[in-house]
Ligand binder design. Structure first.
Ligand SMILES: [Zn+2]
Length: 244
């Protein structure tokens, strides 16, 4: 049994993630401040237009927060060991969206001073915003240290199978695939070429996919017809993310 590799986010990834999380919190903070302002000042028949404007601004901020948050989680994922923590960290965007809209929805429907028409319009807009923000905030395929580790081990395995047992790959700073051959035409003559293990390619640049040209070439050179279908043909969420 070979040693199992465990994904560890690089210092650079951790720093970027920290910054993204900070901006996400800032966006959510302003969104919730906007919500409080809307509840206190804008639930009146005369200010319906401004209430709708406020809802749109809060929605935009919620979405920005969620997008930044999910991006941070992909750079620096948490562990699945602690179920509660994993849930909160993965789905914080959805939780914050509910916080940014649910109280507002309740205050609109419970308000006795606005007429039915205002209540109907404002309430409907707020509910739609709540649903949009909530869905945008949900992470349907949350990353985790365990998922990344599993994928790294599977890909390392596949690379070794077609590369004479060597876990040695090449990548460029801008690329989203790693290569088995330094002279692969995709990277040949490229400046800033890095080399290392599959794990290092993941951790330093989130590169999680083998170059197809290199894969075909290696299989041909080493007379391999099939590889054990562990990972190369089925990239996980992480691989799909990094390909964007
Ligand atoms: Zn290649």
């Amino acid at each position: 049994m070979e040693e199992q590799k465990v994904f560890t986010a690089s210092a650079e990834s951790k720093a970027s993630a920290k910054q993204l999380r900070l901006f996400a919190f800032l966006a959510w903070l302003i969104a919730i401040a906007g919500e409080i302002f809307a509840i206190v000042k804008l639930i009146h028949n005369e200010t319906l237009t401004w209430l709708i404007v406020a809802i749109i601004v809060i929605l935009a901020l919620s979405i920005v927060g969620s997008v930044l948050w999910k991006k941070a989680n992909r750079l620096d994922p948490t562990s699945q060991q602690d179920k509660a923590r994993f849930f909160v960290q993965s789905q914080l965007g959805a939780i914050m969206s509910v916080l940014a809209f649910l109280p507002l929805v309740i205050f609109i429907f419970a308000n006795k001073n606005i007429d039915g028409k205002t209540k109907g319009i404002a309430g409907a807009v707020a509910v739609i915003a709540l649903v949009i923000a909530g869905i945008t905030g949900i992470d349907f395929n949350p990353p985790s240290i365990e998922k990344y580790s599993k994928e790294i081990n599977a890909q390392t395995d596949s690379v070794k199978q077609i590369n004479m047992g060597n876990d040695l790959v090449y990548w460029t700073p801008e690329g989203n695939k790693y290569h088995l051959y330094k002279d692969c035409y995709h990277i040949k003559g490229h400046t800033g070429l890095s080399q290392g293990t599959v794990k290092q390619a993941w951790e330093s640049k989130k590169i999680a996919e083998l170059c197809l040209t290199c894969e075909k070439r290696a299989m041909k050179e080493h007379n391999i017809s099939t590889i054990t279908p562990s990972s190369l043909s089925s990239p996980t969420s992480a691989a799909a993310d990094s390909a964007k």
